[in-house]
Design a protein around this ligand. Structure first.
Ligand SMILES: Cc1ncc(C[n+]2csc(CCOP(=O)(O)OP(=O)(O)O)c2C)c(N)n1
Length: 631
């Protein structure tokens, strides 16, 4: 690759490039992204789809003065490359490297942090209102995908934007895809706009009209107003947005830089909120990603030639075992239904969706609705299992409280990606679920230490729980243990993994395996005899088991892959305090901070949550008697 993009002063120099040069740059960006993501992993398909859009935005507007907000932000790589991050790009998603999402601390060109979906219009509107408050004059642009437009927050913001009529541009990046095919009535509506036989004619007329509008001169405003009236007639396809108070432009070919630039320029002249409907192809320019955009949505390192993953997995992941167990249980029980908020593949439910389309609900990126819907499906007599990433379930907190727990409805929450998720970083770490679930009356919480236990916990949640129950498991391969028939676990009971007398280690989840390894090493190398309990239940706690061994050992170390505040260790501390048992206690988990990006194993070790970290803490805590001596 020539390194001429590296010589440009970006994004300023984009304004001096011809359309042909911009196209050449688009090709360079694509090659650079494909090569880099093959190495680092990342969100390739979405980024390949927005190369021309990013070039058009940055050659039309003046970032960082003008503010560009990428919804979710997983498609912000071209934006990053165009805003001073070309050389650092190979550090993408690595520990200490460039974030895979927009991050204000990383660049002044990222005016607002994103990572979760459907926030961009609220963010853009807030910035626009602050601008108007101070009488300033800059553009605010939100770029939102058709998938992200299934999220309720986006509609709340559109509703408000149409009401306050602040100047702002919403670019709707429509590629028909969320992670998998997009769902919902609005998606169908957008599909009708795309497939309308009048579309080609409209497009041609629209572009002609754009070309005729003078770019400068005192008639400009007048023309723009006339254009608006004309557009209303011409572009009835976008009427739904017009009715919401936004001026609709489009649909525009999102891979045609000249057409994009013309439309964006016109949109910038309008008063009030504008929606520019852009059609793109996910995965554009890399045949493997074009053919399999879902697989290339978020992908680990892959082989450039054949597009296949580089590393082979040793054991099935927790997610896969969850998916298979759902199939087993659903085959025997027709009342089991599954819900996802646009993450069928990610949560292991794709096969379930194929086999049981009538018992599967993909609600779009709508976690609040999914939780409320699950509650009502349970009220209607079904057995709903809502599979959701820990970080995204944060969205549905009130529905957990108000719809599920307050009515004690038997909803099962399969909380995937719980704990440290790795390269996606701060916005995606699943470290809060223990705290936010534990505080809700009636919510049971389980955490398996291996994939076999995961099966039993799913079974127990469905057939043994007195009300709602959550099971939380990590983004990881399993431990490689054999899988037995799913069965009931004794409710609220933990498992003593190792007897001991000097220290009790109580662990929740897969960290129990690391705790066991640490205890064996403590015995071998330090003459410390540690008992180890696999808690299994974070709520209700196995109080008697913990108290019995705590008394015997006289010293207690808790381990959890979770924020410490309000988490598992907190629950144990509360238990000891309530029972008047004053013991030295140390807690391993995440202190009061957000967890950065990096490989899962590295982060677990940095936070002392691997066998080495537990060994070191146990050693110093037992010898010196002070918690927090390690790592
Ligand atoms: C609240 C929330 N739920 C789920 C996700 C996971 N997620 C990331 S991107 C994405 C699909 C977004 O689709 P779209 O906006 O159309 O963008 P595209 O990738 O198609 O460009 C989903 C579901 C998320 N980031 N935030």
């Amino acid at each position: 690759m020539g390194n001429w993009p590296g010589q440009l002063k970006l994004p300023e120099d984009l304004k001096n490039l011809s359309i042909a040069e911009l196209k050449e740059l688009a090709a360079e960006i694509r090659q650079y992204m494909i090569r880099t993501v093959a190495d680092t992993g990342g969100h390739l398909a979405s980024n390949l789809g927005v190369v021309e859009l990013a070039l058009a935005l940055h050659s039309t507007f003046d970032s960082p003065r003008d503010r560009i907000i990428w919804d979710v932000g997983h498609q912000s790589y071209p934006h990053k490359l165009l805003t001073g991050r070309w050389d650092r790009f190979p550090t993408l998603r690595r520990y200490g490297g460039l974030s895979g999402f927009p991050k204000p601390s990383e660049s002044e060109h990222d005016p607002f942090g994103t990572g979760h979906s459907s926030t961009s219009i609220s963010a853009a509107l807030g910035l626009a209102l602050a601008r108007d408050f101070y009488g300033e004059n800059y553009r605010v642009i939100a770029v939102i995908g058709d998938g992200a437009l299934t999220g309720g927050m986006a509609y709340e913001a559109l509703n408000h934007a149409g009401h306050v009529k602040a100047d702002l541009i919403v670019v709707l990046n429509d590629n028909k895809m969320s992670i998998s095919s997009n769902v919902g009535a609005i998606s169908d509506y957008l599909g009708r706009i795309r497939s309308d036989p009048k579309y080609s004619r409209l497009k041609a007329e629209f572009e002609q009209l754009m070309n005729r509008v003078p770019l400068v001169g005192k008639k400009m405003v007048e023309s723009a107003e006339r254009l608006r009236g004309g557009l209303k007639y011409l572009l009835t396809p976008g009427m739904i947005f017009e009715e919401l108070g936004l001026t609709y432009f489009g649909p525009v070919d999102g891979h045609n830089i000249a057409a994009l630039k013309r439309t964006l320029r016109q949109a910038a002249r309008m008063k009030g909120p504008v929606l520019v409907h852009v059609l793109t192809e996910k995965g554009k320019g890399y045949p493997h990603a074009e053919a399999a955009p879902e697989r290339f949505h978020g992908i680990g390192p892959f082989d450039l030639g054949n597009g296949l993953p580089r590393s082979k997995k040793k054991y099935p992941t927790y997610t896969e075992v969850f998916g298979k167990t759902m199939l087993k249980l659903a085959a025997a029980d027709p009342k089991i239904v599954a819900l996802t908020a646009a993450m069928a593949g990610g949560t292991g439910l794709s096969r379930f969706a194929e086999l049981y389309p009538q018992r599967f609900y993909d609600v779009g990126i709508a976690e609040q609705h999914a939780a409320g819907l699950a509650a009502a499906l349970a009220a209607g007599g079904l057995k709903p299992v809502f599979a959701v990433y820990s970080t995204f379930l944060q969205r549905a907190y009130d529905q957990l409280v108000h719809d599920i727990c307050l009515q004690n409805l038997p909803v099962v929450l399969a909380v995937d990606r719980a704990g440290i998720v790795g390269e996606d970083g701060e916005t995606h770490q699943g470290i809060f679920d223990l705290s936010y679930l534990r505080s809700i009356p009636g919510m049971a919480i389980m955490a398996p230490r291996n994939e076999d236990e995961l099966q039993h916990m799913l079974y127990t949640a469905l057939y043994g729980a007195p009300g709602p129950a959550a099971l939380r498991y990590p983004r990881d391969k399993g431990e490689g243990v054999p899988l037995s028939e799913p069965r009931l676990l004794p409710w609220g009971k933990g498992e003593l993994l190792r007897e001991g007398k000097d220290l009790l280690i109580v662990a929740a989840g897969t960290v129990a395996n690391a705790a066991l390894a640490a205890a064996d090493r403590l015995a071998r190398e330090a003459g410390i005899d540690a008992a180890v309990i696999n808690a299994r239940f974070v709520k209700p706690l196995d109080e008697e088991l913990i108290l019995q061994w705590a008394r015997r050992c006289g010293r207690l170390l808790t381990v959890e892959e979770s924020i410490l505040a309000g988490g598992f260790g907190s629950a144990v501390l509360e238990l000891l305090a309530e029972r008047g048992l004053a013991l030295p206690v140390s807690r391993l988990g995440i202190d009061d901070r957000f967890v950065e990006q990096g490989p899962r194993e590295l982060l677990l070790s940095l936070y002392g949550l691997d066998a080495e970290g537990i060994y070191r803490e146990a050693l110093s805590f037992t010898r010196v008697g002070v918690p927090g001596g390690a790592p």
